[in-house]
Design a protein around this ligand. Sequence first.
Ligand code: PMP
Length: 440
Amino acid sequence: DVNTSATGGTTPAPTGNRATLSPGLKQATPVVVDHATGSWIHGTDGKSYLDFTTGIGVTSTGHCHPRVVAAAQEQCGKIIHAQYTTVMHQPLLELTEKLGEVLPTGLDSIFYANSGSEAVEASIRLARMATGRPNIVVFQGGFHGRTVAAASLTTAGTRFSAGFSPLMSGVHMAPFPYAYRYGFDEDTAVEFALRELDYLFASRVAPNDTAAMLIEPVLGDGGYLPAPPAFLAGLRERADRHGIILIADEVQAGFGRTGKFWSHQHTVGLVPDIIITAKGLASGFPISAIAAPTELMAKAWPGSQGGTYGGNAVAAAAGVATLAVIHEENLVENARVRGEQMLAGLRKIAAKFPQIGDVRGLGLMAGIEFIDPTATSSSPVADAASAAKVQQACIGEGLLTLTCGPLGNVIRLIPALVVTEDEMTTGLARFDAALSSVLG
Ligand code: PMP
């Protein structure tokens, strides 16, 4: 059906549909944002919320940092988009130069895409093309995205991969050293996980048939668990021994978040073969990247990398501004210091609530794990209901948080890198109040 407009053109007749958002989405809060600044979200309900979710680390420099806003606005007036494989643009050249300065020595070649998932896929394609091997080893609790291939690599919860099998083949899961869950101390957990990896290599996946090991140096959606340095060092050693490519998924934990620029840098001397970055890279504009040594990146067949929106000019300009803000405002150090404040504060609070079994984190990533304190089993029994209730109670207190973990029993706090001492104190007080209202 068409209507004839006054100017003689045609427009489709209204269908009468009332469109709504997909029920396949899960809405963590009822908040509708009107505007946001720094660590704060101001809702259309007239309330202000301290945002300890930051789009899971996306709004790294805080909401609407004036410098990022200005860079994006200025770029919009110059050119919004030129597919960079067709016409190169300045912001991408500048971002590449600036990223080079924060990447480990030797990782000097960059491919840009739009999302974390897409960059994860690019890293897997590259690893397979470079090695000619099919298999990928991932670590339990890892989250690598929602596209079919990225979901195939994800073990942070069955909701991310169940129901649309068959998944991509060639993916094998090894344990992550989740000391608290196993009831081990950290050294024992590392020893156990590395032995199991070797057992996997001996029993099922020949190492010389393995293209890559893919790991988040701090598990994100899988429960906010930092990998002990000895574990990552063990992966590096095995990767070197077998010619396997070690891929660090730094999408959530990278870009200053943990108090070092890259989260794998907590393991002294460790350099991955490929780094995947996204989220915090452009303070909210969609852009992602993989970085690798040029000799490795050159194994990507010509034309195998590309994409319509990848490396968009406005996003790239926002990325350049984000890096400038991180340097000038000393945000990596702020993440370290405010992270220590957060963890110390959380540990104090947790001592009051037996339902909190574990508090852990690195920099501005903290996980609070809820358990049944009356359970007598050797391994802690998850209490997802309490985590969900506390997360909801936080909203009432004016604090936005999220849950995570395959069992849904972890609350994660991931404030902006610009969070101040006062804001952290306020956030902790609000979290304490929410805990008291639910568990107290
Ligand atoms: N890897 C990690 C570690 C992530 O945290 C995420 C997103 N939560 C992704 C990959 C996927 O990124 P995107 O949602 O941008 O596709």
